[in-house]
Design a protein. Structure first.
Length: 275
């Protein structure tokens, strides 16, 4: 997994060396739903120089389409045209977004952290209007992600949730767009959920340095985290998610996401071995 992400890093011109301390910098955390964005955002928010939102930024602006509002909870790929933006698009009113976000941030801090999974489709637009901007892209095992998307889609919108094939496509498309757009970004750092849970200090300090900040003085990693209304210590929960998949689920994910799973260094599961 580390080797695969290392290859991606080189292709995407990752700039992870310490930079001069910024006067102000936007740090966007992007990645597919259920890839660990909430977990990573909570941990990064413990840095004394990082200001963060109480919720996802796209929920506290009038300018971005919200996946839930258009009947696509955790599934923007089904309506990609509503979310996809590049520097060639005029798009939303960026100054209005800055004002709406600014009142919810501690503006004394040098780094503003924002995490919204749909922003995965508009990193190039964000770079154009929120300079200086840096991006942290997080990737997680596609089997666990697909299961999580299906399980956590709002039942008020989807009583029977999304088909597992669509959940796998959302994972594939999220990472595909990040790969496509990364060469256009000046500062992008790829990390994995697995590395974060295995070596949190190493990953978090690499992100701090990437943002031009000193390392975390202390992290209190034994302190419980609140992720999707669940209090839990920092741990890799992939196995727990994958155990919820049956043989048909695994076969469907393999058909949709097999090549992408291999590309990111994840081992393909055998449906016949699924209990």
């Amino acid at each position: 997994m580390r080797e695969s992400l290392g290859n991606i890093a080189r292709e995407c011109r990752i700039l992870a060396t310490p930079a001069p301390r910024p006067s102000k910098c936007w740090l966007f955390l992007v990645g597919c739903y259920n890839s660990g964005t909430t977990l990573l955002a909570q941990l990064l928010a413990r840095h004394p120089d990082i200001a963060s939102f109480p919720t996802e930024g796209h929920f506290i602006t009038s300018q971005f389409v919200k996946d839930y509002d258009v009947g696509l909870p955790r599934m923007w790929a089904r309506g990609e045209h509503l979310f996809r933006l590049t520097e060639q698009d005029e798009g939303p009113d960026a100054e209005r977004i800055k004002k709406e976000w600014g009142v919810r941030l501690d503006r004394r801090k040098p780094v503003f952290l924002e995490k919204s999974p749909p922003n995965t489709a508009r990193t190039r637009w964000l770079q154009s209007y929120f300079a200086p901007a840096k991006f942290v892209a997080i990737v997680r095992n596609g089997y666990a992600v697909a299961e999580g998307i299906r399980r956590k889609a709002d039942p008020r919108h989807l009583p029977e949730s999304w088909p597992i094939e669509d959940c796998a496509r959302q994972w594939v498309r999220s990472n595909e767009i990040l790969r496509e757009d990364s060469p256009y970004l000046d500062h992008v750092l790829w990390v994995s959920y697995e590395s974060l849970t295995e070596s949190p200090k190493e990953v978090l300090n690499s992100i701090a340095r990437f943002a031009g900040l000193p390392d975390f003085a202390e992290l209190e990693l034994d302190r419980a985290l609140s992720v999707h209304e669940r209090e839990q210590p920092l741990a890799n929960l992939n196995h727990e998610s994958i155990e919820r998949l049956n043989a048909q689920d695994v076969a469907a994910i393999n058909r949709v996401a097999g090549s992408a799973l291999r590309e990111f260094g994840y081992e393909l599961l055998d449906p016949d071995s699924t209990i």
